[in-house]
Design a protein around this ligand. Sequence first.
Ligand SMILES: C[S@@+](CC[C@H](N)C(=O)[O-])C[C@H]1O[C@@H](n2cnc3c(N)ncnc32)[C@H](O)[C@@H]1O
Length: 324
Amino acid sequence: MSDPVSTTLPETEQADKEFLDDVIAGLHRQPKQLAPKYFYDEQGSRYFDQICQLEEYYPYRTELELLPRVAKELNDYFHQQTSDGIHVIEFGAGSLHKIKPLLEHVEQIDEFTAIDISGAHLQSACAELKNYFPELTIHGVEADFTRPFPLKAEGRVHLGFFPGSTIGNLAPAEAVEFLANARQTLGEGSYMLLGVDTKKDEQLLHQAYNDSAGVTAKFNKNVLVRINRELGADFDLDGFRHEAWYNDAKGRVEMHLRSVREQRVTLGTQVFDFAKDETIHTENSYKYHPHEFEDLAAKAGWHAEKWWLADNQMFSVTLLRSDQ
Ligand SMILES: C[S@@+](CC[C@H](N)C(=O)[O-])C[C@H]1O[C@@H](n2cnc3c(N)ncnc32)[C@H](O)[C@@H]1O
């Protein structure tokens, strides 16, 4: 019998302190900002799953439709490269839908580590995956993927997997840092497969981040709900509205929470004043042409071995190989 799902949890107190420190620092900045990783408590992960089902949110289904084609070609590719087993390490794994086409088609994968900051959601997703793939060794690790992470290296091919264009939530310099750290974590001769959203018509981007059912608005405001509940702040949820737009000069969709009036928010002894129309910048989603992304990855010591573009050009997947 294969190993049961193993899970590793972080020190809760330290995570709480970091959340508090980051929120205070972010709300004292000009312009005010909060890190997107804080959207993802259990409720935030559920909202993200709902976003993935929206008609307007093309990235999820476009990538999911592309992945079986990618996985079949990867299977041939890896058979030519190695006879070793492959250990896949997924960063920001969410509900584990995207790993399934790889597990179905890439025969050499025999071990899977899923890293996510949303611990309870990750645990149940890992348990569900185990039902589909009972022979697979699965590790669920609740951790921040921007931090170094120890892996056992012997005799394994390491394939990093970073779907969902989550790399686009990092500024380009942070993305290079992430990719350089991932290269160190995965080790010499490793590979990395990334889903990257492409630049496209501004109207399509606008619709994707401003859905008519208002789910993205709830997801965006969830960070305030969390700050109220976990840190004891007094954000009036009706005092802020969701906004998202494409910033063409920076090649990114920006998400903000806009204060609908002049107001004051308190968090313990801290006081934050908001002018009417002032925003909290909550997320960026950078979009890249495949060649732009190739250049970015090269700065972190990876070269693009192959890339795939969806038939409608709306999403890309790139296989990187670590430079020797
Ligand atoms: C955009 S969702 C993508 C989910 C999934 N990979 C997909 O493609 O559908 C981002 C995921 O990354 C996780 N995440 C965000 N920031 C993180 C961080 N700093 N460390 C670990 N996980 C993070 C979130 O909890 C969420 O599951």
